[in-house]
Ligand binder design. Structure first.
Ligand code: FAD
Length: 289
């Protein structure tokens, strides 16, 4: 199918783009890398009156190291984030997850901000920024505001972003001394969206979990923090396995979607297996540090 007719506007500045969004609101869609928007237009799942292409906005591009965080501009392509020495050095979780995001051709155009704004429940980057407790920067007619990742993802493709706002950058805290990260995903083929996955950030000392954060994706309607399993793990010592009692906590944290990618029970099983692998990987990394 072909996309429906729409007006195409390519603003030259962020303020012009925000002005256009305020004017058209729900009738407008932002075009970033187009890797998700264009297919939905072609399939007529989305029929906006106006498409606002933000590819000219240089202020939304690039990666920089600030005092206590790395700033990734919304229009930075996945391929640039993946090739960034700054990201590899300071954001090991993002570096580990990016090869799982789609394929080379999609990563060449798709953007960091586009992935966060879209909030696909099976996407890798939303889970990672939630694991890192990043801040999302939004700009609209009322000005600039920061939203904690914990408050950003509301539901299926639903976020704290208002229709007249643009996601401009994401601020990702630097790893704290001793912190380790691991990332596990199950997908049908390499580069596909996840059927189940977990992003892990941990501080482990003598195999004891001092601090751990586990964020699940793929199985839920939005990236989900494993609050109960985290509480159960803290203070526990890793013996090469996880007690079934701890795993049963995950059943209170997750409510897997039953769909063609797998039943809810199967997804719960996958998430348990991935949790164990993610934790084992984190312990191993701690021993290497
Ligand atoms: C074959 C294929 C496989 C893929 N596999 C994966 C995968 O495994 N994992 C994964 O995470 N992704 C995957 N993707 C999606 C890809 O990562 C996209 O890059 C991403 O979802 C959206 O980024 P984009 O820049 O292309 O955004 P676009 O498609 O341009 O926009 C997506 C949505 O976000 C909105 N938007 C974009 N940027 C902003 C902004 N700055 N402010 C406000 N709103 C904005 C748009 O209006 C639109 O509604 C895949 C895509 C394809 C085509």
């Amino acid at each position: 199918m072909k996309a429906p007719k729409f007006r195409f506007i390519k603003p030259q500045s962020l303020s012009e783009a925000i002005g256009l969004l305020s004017e058209f609101e729900d009738e407008a869609r932002i075009l970033a890398g187009g890797q998700s928007l264009i297919p939905t237009l072609n399939m007529r799942l989305s029929q906006p009156e106006v498409v606002i292409d933000i590819n000219k906005l240089d202020e939304l591009k690039g990666i920089s190291l600030e005092t206590d965080h790395v700033r990734i501009g919304a229009m930075t392509r996945h391929v640039e984030v993946m090739g960034s020495a700054l990201v590899n050095e300071n954001l090991p979780l993002i570096a580990e997850a990016l090869p799982y995001v789609a394929h080379v051709a999609v990563r060449n155009r798709g953007t960091f901000g586009g992935s966060i704004a879209l909030a696909d429940p099976a996407a890798e980057l939303p889970a990672c920024i939630l694991a890192l407790q990043a801040e999302i920067v939004l700009e609209g007619p009322q000005g600039r505001r920061k939203v904690d990742a914990d408050d950003f993802f509301h539901g299926l493709y639903d976020t704290a972003m208002r229709p007249d706002e643009i996601l401009t950058e994401v601020l990702l805290p630097l790893a704290k001394p001793g912190e380790v990260f691991s990332f596990m995903e199950l997908s049908r083929r390499k580069g596909d969206y996840a059927q189940a996955g977990v992003a892990c950030r941990a501080l482990i000392s003598s195999k004891t979990f001092e601090n751990i954060r586990l964020v699940y994706f793929g199985s839920e309607l939005k990236p989900t923090v494993g609050e109960n399993v985290i509480r159960a793990l803290e203070g526990q010592t890793w013996s090469g396995d996880i007690d079934e009692k701890i795993f049963s906590q995950l059943e209170d944290d997750l409510d897997p979607i039953d769909n063609l990618h797998g039943s809810a029970a199967l997804k719960m099983h996958w998430q348990k297996v991935l949790t164990k692998r993610a934790i084992a990987a984190a312990v191993e990394k701690t021993e290497l540090v």
